[in-house]
Design a protein around this ligand. Sequence first.
Ligand code: NAP
Length: 329
Amino acid sequence: MKNIVLYKKLSAELMTRLRQQAQVTCIDDLSADGLARLRDALPTAHGLLGASLRLDAGLLDLAPQLEAVSSVSVGIDNYDLDYLTRRGILLTNTPDVLTETTADTGFALILATARRVTELAAWVRAGQWRKSIGPAQFGSDVHGKTLGIVGMGRIGEALARRGHFGFGMPILYHSHSPKPEVEQRYAAGYRSLEALLEESDFVCLTVPLTAATEGLIGARELARMRPESILINISRGKVVDETALLEALQAGRLRGAGLDVFEREPLPADSPLLRLDNLVATPHIGSATHETREAMARCAVDNLLAALAGRRPANLVNPAALEVAQTTG
Ligand code: NAP
């Protein structure tokens, strides 16, 4: 039997499936103790399954028998792809099953920032609602405003659909390459990043974190945005220069920001971002619904069991590793 190390809690049903086919070691949390237990389990591990942990060479060198890593996420920025491929270790992720939920989160942030939902809900709780509200509590419209999407992939397209059909928003987008079908479906217009920033009321980031997208939105880019516009980040924190964003928000050069992801997570409680009324911060909840997290876990289990059984997993990120595995295995 193969050895699987889990560093993510799974439902009883998925645990039963895994245990029918492998020896399973569970690491319940990623505290110092948990990490020590993970290190102890790595020397005999054939498969790993989890998320939210940077698996670098320092850790994976401890796992000489490792055949597959199954990430319970679509983002793969926690993995050194070249290293995994060189060693013939298959990496899989969980795309598609989280697309719609993550786009919902994007829209939740769009609405919360534009209509000041969290700020004003806190104001009501604090007993401030003593008479009819006035312009000091007004927000700005979402419907009919221009939605600029940076990264027109799966989640980007799900946002475009919501914006176009649900809110009557003109859609602009920037991506590696133009997407004629998306343009047709949602009357979307391709723009350079600079033009998108200048023309959009909402700029929503849905790119993966890569060397090319790290710091994609810095002081120069923020300066191109309109003062009444709002930045939404549901991709990865490091895509935005947080210090530059803080300065832009403090100086009133942007109306607001909705962030689900941060340079450092968990976001420290003393982060100056949390002192801004015009910033809505959520704790990396993009895909965090019961239904979607279960679907992601099921997808990750399927991927891992296929890889360990010598079948090609449905969501293989590094197909080149298959060849390496075949020649070395
Ligand atoms: P996807 O389908 O691969 O879409 C990513 C898009 O980004 C692609 O269309 C790609 O363009 C574009 N892109 C990549 N690099 C770019 C660059 N340098 N400049 C411009 N465009 C670039 O991925 P997805 O499933 O939509 O997921 C996107 C990301 O969302 C994930 O990688 C993850 O980091 C993040 N995410 C976050 C959460 C959360 O909890 N907040 C949940 C799910 C996902 P081309 O198609 O032209 O190559």
